[in-house]
Design a protein around this ligand. Structure first.
Ligand code: SAH
Length: 355
């Protein structure tokens, strides 16, 4: 009873002051009491409603290339996966995706891809200029991995508003177990600092239940994110891909992912937090579960239908129905069943990004 009371107290403090110590976060993460879990979820949902009301922000996701020079051990489009069928969208194809997304009411386009250096500064820069010229009322988010300060600067100058670069895991020894020796946490964190310095709205994040992850890792992830103060956080369960070294590891758990969403919502009340495709892949009603745990963003897939199955970061990735731009009406219907509505705007961070 006393233990329960102390957990309730921690959650109240999270709700009122948006902070907790590592020890307190550890207690919440490792506690499996249902009542406590439900209380945490309720507080997080309330917090999201207080900041965003019943509006859900949409972002149209365009997976522009699945070529990648990296070899992340968890990822299905890693360089050494010879079975991956590689593709690269043309400028015209990308603009056509935006056109159909715009017609469906989307006002943010997220261009995501592997670290494909054929899409160098100039190529992507040219696409961004065209996109911004055609859709001046839209925000552009880029998610193209680790690049130089100069490249980030050029893209920012071309009009990119936001950048997604998950830190993946905040502790060095765990980072090394998930990535090849050519990649380092220090370099990734440097990139995040560069992006912030250049005035991007920055998104970071991690996988829940990645191989070798312990509760200590999740605590470190939350504390890192709290300190870094990103405008966006993307998290989802790890899901194995059959052509990677992690093929035999189990997928991350849905309840733990939801708990992490709730903790993030309370730690960073205004953060833009998607109910991710990965969550919606492992849970049937992942959008609803995520939103009711504090998420406020959904990213429908805008990629051309024939390449969707090729951008396979993990097995059985959802890219149809509610998860797709052509399914937006279905998505709207589903959202309405739990009293949420789609916002037709850019969906910017509601706080001051330099606060
Ligand atoms: N190359 C870009 C985009 C990476 S893909 C970059 O480096 O940022 C986007 C995210 O998908 C990754 O950051 C990773 O967290 C997630 N991801 C990759 N493989 C996954 C898997 N097997 N299960 C769940 N999420 C995965």
């Amino acid at each position: 009873m006393e233990a329960k009371m102390s957990l309730i107290k921690i959650i109240k403090q999270l709700k009122n002051e948006h902070r907790a110590t590592g020890e307190q976060l550890y207690q919440l993460i490792t506690n499996h009491d249902e009542e406590i879990g439900e209380y945490l979820r309720q507080q997080a949902e309330e917090q999201a409603l207080a900041v965003f009301g019943k509006e859900i922000y949409l972002r149209g996701l365009i997976e522009f290339s699945n070529y990648c020079k990296n070899d992340c051990l968890y990822c299905g489009i890693r360089h050494s996966n010879a079975k991956a069928s590689r593709y690269r969208l043309t400028t015209e194809e990308i603009l056509a995706c935006c056109q159909s997304g715009y017609a469906a009411g989307l006002r943010t386009f997220v261009l995501q891809g592997g670290e494909d250096f054929d899409f160098d500064d100039d190529h992507l820069t040219a696409i961004i200029y065209q996109l911004k010229a055609r859709y001046p009322d839209c925000a552009v988010t880029l998610s193209a991995g680790e690049r130089s300060y100069e490249q980030y600067r050029q893209w920012r100058q071309a009009g990119v508003d936001r950048y997604l670069l998950r830190h993946e895991t905040a502790l060095e020894h765990h980072y090394r177990r998930l990535h090849p020796p050519t990649l380092s946490l220090a370099h990734r964190l440097n990139c995040l600092q560069d992006l912030k310095a250049l005035g991007y709205q920055v998104g970071t994040g991690f996988m829940v239940g990645s191989p070798f992850q312990q509760p200590e890792n999740l605590v470190a992830d939350l504390l890192f994110i709290k300190e870094f103060r990103p405008q966006m956080v993307g998290i989802g369960p790890f899901i194995p891909h059959c052509d990677t070294p992690f093929r035999d590891f189990p997928a991350g758990s849905v309840p733990l992912t939801l708990k992490m969403l709730s903790l993030l919502r309370l730690l960073l009340p205004m953060v833009l937090l998607p109910a991710t495709t990965a969550l919606n892949t492992v849970a049937n009603n992942g959008h609803q579960l995520g939103i009711e745990a504090g998420a406020n963003v959904i990213m429908p897939n805008l990629s051309p239908q024939d390449v969707r199955s090729k951008y396979a970061l993990y097995n059985n990735k959802r890219s149809y129905g509610q998860e797709a731009a052509e399914g937006i009406n279905l998505l709207k219907k589903n959202l309405a069943t739990f009293d949420r509505y789609v916002a037709v705007n850019r969906g910017d961070y509601p706080g001051d990004q330099y606060e």
